[in-house]
Design a binder for this molecule. Structure first.
Ligand code: UD1
Ligand code: CA
Length: 452
């Protein structure tokens, strides 16, 4: 297919009304990325030469998301909502530049895979002018029906315009369509709006092409893949389908998911081989996990890179900017953010390590806290290789603990500690012999009176 140029037109003018949301529908997320991002990623994987996106009037937020994902995409506004064919023609300037193949996709159909786009496009190479993608939903209500005769697609009939016989057809229009670039504008221009909704239906392209003696065909997809999202319930259904797909891919790639249905992945999560993920782990965006990493239960990761042999959790929270080099151990109730922790270092219990660099083989005792924020700015903590931080220590940034240095338990460290030094920063212990015995005796004599 790579010898043929491909223009993809993505219709993203769907409002968020049925979502009960301030956010436009296509900016809602599944598996950590917007629906629009999923569709654009699939088109890129399917080999789009150019991308045009049609957005609703004044939708700068949607246009910005398009440019973030595909910087050279052309964005068009559909000023009035007059139907799917009218929406495609909003991208007329892109169509006029010409392409061998044109694919029309909906941004609210985020689960479509690149392979399926290839399948939809394939008939064009064989000479078809129009190809539609069909599927058999459990409930066909509301979908256009694909009227076929053998391999030929005769018509797509919108439910409101369908005869009872056509309505009985279960093979439905997913909405995605492929058009031969040479005929696309000619066909689209002749689509009228004499139908039950008074809209310019893209689906009429089938009958117009056939009237010209051109051929139209239908490809077939799984219902799971072409599920459209119009409500929060359907958004959750799409999430469930995508999570299942991502879990299967993670396991096929060599990761053990002990209880896959309790692990939530992002579309961009990267897992190495022989990774073990225990139950109830959530991966946010931007996580990359090396080989032989063990993630114990109840961890939450986001924007983190873990190299081979790292162990985290249970109950670890890794926030953006976390880099754990090979063999690092992060234990229970530890939070990291913008922290680079080098090979072999250990942060095993109840710590916060933020805006920090921790050298190789350092050991941070239970309750070590980097005090990185004073209400205004963020400050860095530097901990040298092999340093040992005693439990319950507060490191007040900006501060540097030298290589191989010791910090005594319960310290509040406000100034730098040189390499190989010991810092003690707590008040000296006072012992009063017999004090407790005298206290009890005094209390027994006059219970109400505090001891002086
Ligand atoms: C459309 C199809 C129908 C198919 C169904 C699958 C047509 C005429 N019908 O119907 O055969 O079974 O999708 O879900 O194409 N849009 C615009 N501008 C418009 C109108 C629509 O951008 O003026 C976009 C919408 O945001 C949406 C998509 O096109 O993403 C589909 O539009 P919608 O009105 O939902 O079409 P359906 O009636 O569902
Ligand atoms: Ca729809």
């Amino acid at each position: 297919m790579s010898d043929r140029s491909l223009l993809v037109v993505v219709l993203a003018a769907g409002e968020g009304t049925r979502m009960a949301s301030r956010l436009p529908k296509v900016l809602h997320k599944v598996a950590g990325r917007t629906m629009l991002h999923h569709v654009l990623a699939a088109t890129r994987a399917a080999g789009a030469t150019r991308t045009a996106v049609v957005v609703g009037p004044g939708r700068e937020d949607v246009a910005a998301e398009v440019r973030r994902i595909v910087p050279d995409a052309e964005v068009f506004e559909q000023t009035e909502r007059l139907g799917t064919a009218h929406a495609v023609l909003a991208a007329r300037a892109a169509l006029e530049k010409g392409a061998d193949d044109v694919l029309v996709l909906y941004a609210d159909t985020p689960l479509v895979r690149p392979e399926t786009l290839g399948l939809l496009r394939a008939p064009l190479k064989a000479g078809a002018a129009v190809a539609a993608l069909g599927f058999e939903p459990a409930d066909p209500t509301g979908y256009g029906r694909l009227v076929t005769a053998g391999d030929e697609l005769v018509a797509i009939r919108e439910e409101k315009d369908a005869s009872p016989a056509e309505r009985a057809v279960r093979f439905c229009n997913a909405g995605l369509m492929a058009l031969a670039g040479a005929h696309a504008i000619g066909i689209l221009e002749r689509i009228g709006n004499a139908n039950a909704k008074g809209e310019y239906y893209l689906t009429d392209a089938v009958e117009i092409a056939r009237a010209d003696g051109l051929s139209a065909v239908a490809a077939r997809a799984d219902a799971d893949e072409v599920a459209g999202v119009n409500s929060r319930v359907q958004l959750a259904e799409a999430e469930a389908i995508l999570q299942r797909r991502l879990r299967l891919a993670a396991m096929a790639g060599g990761a053990t998911l002990v209880a896959p249905e309790t692990v939530f992945l992002c579309a961009d999560t990267v897992l190495g081989r022989d990774v073990i993920v225990e139950p109830h782990v959530v991966f946010g965006p931007g996580v990359s996990i090396g080989d032989d990493v063990v993630i114990h239960s109840f961890c939450h990761l986001e924007g983190a890179r873990l190299e081979s042999g790292v162990t985290i959790g249970p109950y670890a929270r890794l926030r953006p900017g976390t880099q754990l080099d090979s063999g690092v151990r992060i234990g229970n109730f530890v939070e990291t953010k913008a922290a680079h922790i080098e090979s072999g270092a250990k942060v095993n219990h109840l710590s916060y390590v933020g805006d920090a660099h921790v050298g190789a083989d350092a050991n941070l005792g239970a309750g070590t806290i980097t005090c990185n924020y004073d209400g205004f700015g963020k400050y860095r903590t530097e901990i040298g290789a092999g340093a040992f931080i005693g439990v319950n220590s507060a490191l007040v940034a900006p501060v540097t603990i030298g290589k191989g240095a010791f910090v005594g338990t319960g310290a509040v460290i406000t100034s730098d500690v040189p390499d190989d030094a010991l810092a003690i920063a707590r008040s000296r212990q006072v012992v009063k012999e017999g004090w407790a015995r005298e206290f009890r005796a005094a209390r027994a004599k006059s219970p109400g009176k505090p001891k002086g």
